[in-house]
Write a protein that binds this ligand. Structure first.
Ligand code: PEP
Ligand code: MN
Length: 259
């Protein structure tokens, strides 16, 4: 285990932005920011349901170069407008160190996506800032590699870090990825870093979201992230896994049910 992670665990000395957010932390929003109108509509709905951290990708690292890549820097003005209008925190993915300066004026929480978990130059640069960061587990990364990626950010001096389990690649085909809840339990056991579960990218389906959210919270997850879109079938990315507004309403109303 890394020196900083170990020292924070022993001395309980970490100053972490995410410690001050009431638990469980729910993060919701579309996979990608497609346009202002959709983003405003989804945000208004989610804020009404009590969500305070809204996600939306403006850079979408896609498997195929021919798929929607996100609207890029142009999306920042839209996100900033909504941030003021609804008094919310915005989380969005950073994919390139060259974007750091501009992004940090518009985005409250940097997301480092699964594909960049071991982009060490990106991690080092984020480590030099104090911007809160959600670090996602690489799809083929071990828990130990995940902790080392977090260590890169921590040892640069940035303690505002939260981890995100988003499923790993296995032979299983009924889900998009295999949600590894043992990762959550181990991170809680061995570190004092907060960790949440991204249900959308781990499951790739919505029908078992409530059950898996309960399981995640039961084993210590500090929160849940889900993708929400007002018209998922027409979404420009991840259309199968995004909840529509009514599905999200059902989800958030039942996630704490005992049965
Ligand atoms: C995302 O959350 O927008 C995303 C692309 O997820 P991941 O990096 O986990 O694939
Ligand atoms: Mn997505």
């Amino acid at each position: 285990m890394g020196r900083c992670i170990e020292s924070y665990r022993i001395h309980h000395q970490m100053n972490n932005y995410f410690y001050n957010i009431p638990k469980p932390i729910f993060i919701a929003g579309p996979c990608a920011l497609e346009n202002e109108e959709m983003m405003d509509k989804i945000t208004a709905y989610l804020v009404d349901k009590g969500i305070k951290i809204i996600r939306a990708g403006i850079f979408k690292p896609r498997t195929s170069p021919y798929n929607f890549q996100g609207i890029g820097i142009n999306g920042l003005k839209i996100l900033n407008k909504l941030r003021g209008k609804y008094n919310i925190k915005i989380i969005s993915e950073i994919v390139d160190t060259r974007h750091m300066d501009i992004l940090k004026d518009y985005i409250d929480i940097f997301q480092v996506g699964a594909r960049n978990m071991q982009n060490f130059e990106l991690l080092k640069q984020i480590g030099k800032t104090s911007v809160p960061v959600l670090l996602k587990r690489g799809m083929c990364s071990t828990i130990n590699e995940f902790m080392n990626a977090a260590e890169y950010i921590l040892c640069g001096g940035n303690e505002n870090i939260m981890l995100c389990e988003r499923g790993i690649r296995t032979f299983e085909t009924c889900v998009r990825n295999t949600l590894d809840l043992s990762c959550v339990a181990i991170i809680k056991e061995e570190t004092n870093l907060p960790i949440i579960v991204d249900l959308s990218h781990s499951l790739g389906r919505k029908d078992i979201a409530i059950k898996m959210a309960k399981a995640a919270l039961a084993c210590g997850s500090d929160g849940i992230m889900v993708e929400v879109h007002q018209n998922p079938t027409q979404a420009l990315s991840d259309s199968k896994q995004q909840m529509n507004l009514l599905e999200f309403d059902h989800f958030i109303n039942h996630v704490h049910d005992k049965d």
